[in-house]
Design a protein. Structure first.
Length: 368
């Protein structure tokens, strides 16, 4: 195998693929990067749950396949000068790396020790714009559970029905929902769903370009693959029944007001006071006469702030988790948002100024 490419292109590819490399494994090859040089140069990392492959623009003069130790190879490439990199692997799996006057030699592993990545040729499929999928992930993944007591809640549920693509995440105390119309599926009348681990989705978000280029998803019973022009990712799916959430989306709300998102977020952030209390206190939010009055009270600290709202609502005080509120507000890009609620004990909902493309439903905290 013999090829050359720029240091920048090589480093970007091994950095992305390297995020799927196993840190420790009983299979040594899984601690490596699979380098394939044929029609294109491809670099793959795989840890049995997640696989990432990146294509590198390169001049390939001799085809071949080998496994490079990821940690060593990454360290070498990072320290190379910003120039063309020339790499050669001989029949004894000896790797030669040249860049400028720098020279390195290391030993590769045979590619037959590297497990094959799952291939999803059948199953369901859909196409979506890169920016849209990035937004759907960003606006839901923070709501997954960090506990393994119910594994399906550590991932995001994706549903396709009536040409609507919906993402749902919940940790049982909050619910994040984001949906978009889609224009291309294998079958417009087909309904299907799948649950993707949150760690895999965070890697998908990093791989997706910030543009309107198209991304293709293919879903089987156990795996999902996603492809764009320069990379692909395969991940195992979570098995199990997601919680019944639909009834939360159809609540009628007696009170619904509009606020400036940035001003509201700033007030919430001011109430996030660091103190020595072991328990994270909630925020008291009182809605009355066009003003939201925020109060934070702990055994050592008190805080107060105000934010104006538009619309009519009954005077009411609600206890809310500062972290849950901050997570949702940071994921929203709209200048204005709607806050909807019924009582101090009913769900508190954050929506866009018009429509329901996203909803954040937060369980209130009981006030003492």
């Amino acid at each position: 195998m013999k090829f050359s490419c720029t240091k920048t292109a090589l480093q970007e590819a091994i950095s992305a693929a390297g995020r799927a490399v196993a840190s420790k494994s009983t299979i040594p090859a899984l601690e490596g990067l699979l380098i394939t040089a044929d029609e294109t140069l491809r670099i793959t990392g795989f840890n049995l749950d997640l696989g990432i492959t990146c294509t590198v623009e390169a001049d390939i003069t001799e085809t071949g396949v080998a496994v490079f130790n990821a940690a060593t190879f990454t360290d070498i490439v990072q320290k190379l000068p910003n120039d063309m990199v020339f790499i050669e692997v001989d029949e004894d799996y000896k790797i030669s790396v040249r860049c400028g006057i720098a020279r390195f030699s290391l030993i590769a592993m045979p590619n037959d020790e590297f497990p094959e990545l799952p291939v999803v040729n059948d199953g369901e499929g859909l196409t979506i714009e890169s920016n849209t999928l990035r937004s759907m992930i960003n606006q839901t993944v923070f709501s997954v559970s960090i506990l393994d007591t119910k594994p399906v809640l550590t991932g995001v549920l994706f549903e396709v029905s009536d040409m609507v693509f919906r993402a749902v995440a919940s940790d049982s105390s909050r619910l994040a929902v984001r949906e978009e119309k889609i224009t291309e599926t294998d079958d417009e009348n087909k309904k299907f769903s799948f649950i993707v681990p949150s760690g895999a989705l965070r890697e998908v978000e990093k791989l997706l370009k910030k543009d309107d280029s198209l991304v293709k998803l293919r879903i089987s019973k156990k795996h999902m693959t996603i492809h764009n022009a320069t990379s692909s990712l395969v991940t195992r799916l979570l098995e199990g029944q997601f919680i019944k959430y639909e009834h939360f989306l159809t609540f009628a709300h007696a009170n619904c007001v509009t606020v400036d998102r940035e001003a509201f977020a700033e007030s919430v952030a001011r109430m996030d006071v660091k103190n020595s209390d072991r328990v994270k206190n909630s925020i008291r939010c009182r809605f009355e006469d066009g003003i939201i009055r925020f109060n934070y009270v702990s055994s050592r600290v008190t805080g107060y702030d105000e934010c104006r709202y538009e619309g009519e609502c009954d005077p009411i005080e609600i206890g809310l988790s500062n972290r849950f509120m901050s997570d949702a507000l940071h994921a929203i890009e709209d200048e204005k948002i709607r806050l909807c609620f019924n009582s101090p004990s009913s769900p508190f909902v954050i929506k866009p100024p018009e429509g329901d493309t996203y909803q954040y439903i937060i369980a209130p905290v009981r006030l003492s």
